[in-house]
Design a protein around this ligand. Structure first.
Ligand code: C2E
Ligand code: CA
Ligand code: CA
Ligand code: CA
Length: 277
């Protein structure tokens, strides 16, 4: 029986994916892509477990490359951070997301928006004002914008980013701690930074139904977030099993392929019209 259990456990491990075609892009190529409008946003819906209501969308950037087709962010975000292009990238993503939010508003679609920001964006003291200005220009209420920050990178420039995150929160933006459970300093940061939302990393979501340690991390994170009054989001909800399991655990919001893949803004209104739980 032990061997059987072990084998069952192992079969739940993700099988390593074949190496996707990867090309290394140069800083200059990326710079031109940002300046030339080749970065486009896709949007992935988030829905409430309890009601199925759409609670918002996450903005996920893609590079619409003239030769290589759609290039995913894991192929250029690090590069943007390394060569000082991340501020320009975030600006572009935010601006087109806000433009889109305005269109949704005009169409009477109330869709709170999440945008990913890099830790490297949180080193300039003027960042909160800059975001505030853009959001005001777009006619969007600050509470409609949540900034998602990846937890595993929060430790760098700790005091500086703490200050900037606090300023953003004082301006009423939502703050989400992304990929929770994968970093090292989770507890301390939850205490010090006024996060409004906690996103549990897909690894724990995927592992939880069958893996006791993933489940323990998930449950500890949830109860902590609940005690701190944060909204909890499970990312990477891929099937009915994930959905039922997380729903039963009292997670607030689901995001993942079970609900919808990230899609261009043009496809989103049709998806919303057709969506029912
Ligand atoms: P993330 O913020 O954790 O975003 C979730 C990732 O999981 C996205 O990958 C999304 O497409 C994918 N995903 C969503 N649902 C499922 C699911 O059910 N199963 C699986 N297997 N995957 C799912 P994507 O779009 O490739 O983005 C990867 C990462 O790149 C993001 O991870 C985020 O950290 C970063 N990123 C994306 N857009 C931006 C951006 O505009 N700025 C910055 N700084 N980073 C970004
Ligand atoms: Ca995110
Ligand atoms: Ca995430
Ligand atoms: Ca993740």
């Amino acid at each position: 029986i032990q061997l059987q259990q072990l084998l069952a456990h192992m079969s739940d491990r993700p099988t390593p994916k074949p190496r996707a075609h990867r090309k290394r892009y140069s800083a200059e190529e990326l710079r031109l892509a940002i300046a030339g409008g080749q970065l486009i946003n896709h949007y992935q819906p988030k829905v409430a477990f309890a009601s199925g209501a759409i609670t918002g969308v996450e903005t996920l950037v893609r590079w619409d490359h003239p030769e290589d087709g759609l290039v995913f962010p894991d192929q250029f975000i690090d590069l943007a951070e390394e060569c000082g292009l991340i501020d320009a990238l975030t600006q572009t993503v935010l601006d087109s997301a806000l433009k889109q939010a305005r269109r949704w508003q005009a169409a009477e679609l109330s869709l709170p928006l999440a945008v990913n920001v890099s830790m490297d964006n949180l080193t300039r003291l003027e960042f909160p004002e800059l975001v505030e200005q853009r959001v005001a220009e777009a006619g969007i209420a600050p509470s409609y914008l949540t900034l998602e920050v990846t937890e595993s990178r929060l430790m760098k420039n700790r005091l500086e980013s703490l200050d900037i995150l606090t300023r953003l929160r004082l301006k009423r933006f939502g703050l989400s701690i992304d990929d929770f459970g994968t970093g090292h300093s989770s507890l301390v940061q939850l205490r010090d930074i006024p996060f409004t939302e906690l996103k549990i990393d897909r690894d724990f979501v995927r592992g939880a139904p069958n893996d006791a340690s993933a489940r323990a991390i998930l449950e500890a994170s949830l109860s902590m977030a609940q005690q701190l009054g944060m909204t909890t989001v499970a990312e990477g909800v891929e099937d009915l099993e994930d959905w039922d399991f997380l729903r039963a655990r009292g997670v607030d919001v689901a995001q993942g392929w079970f609900i919808a893949k990230p899609m261009p803004a043009d496809d989103l209104s049709a998806w919303i019209a057709a969506w029912e739980l």
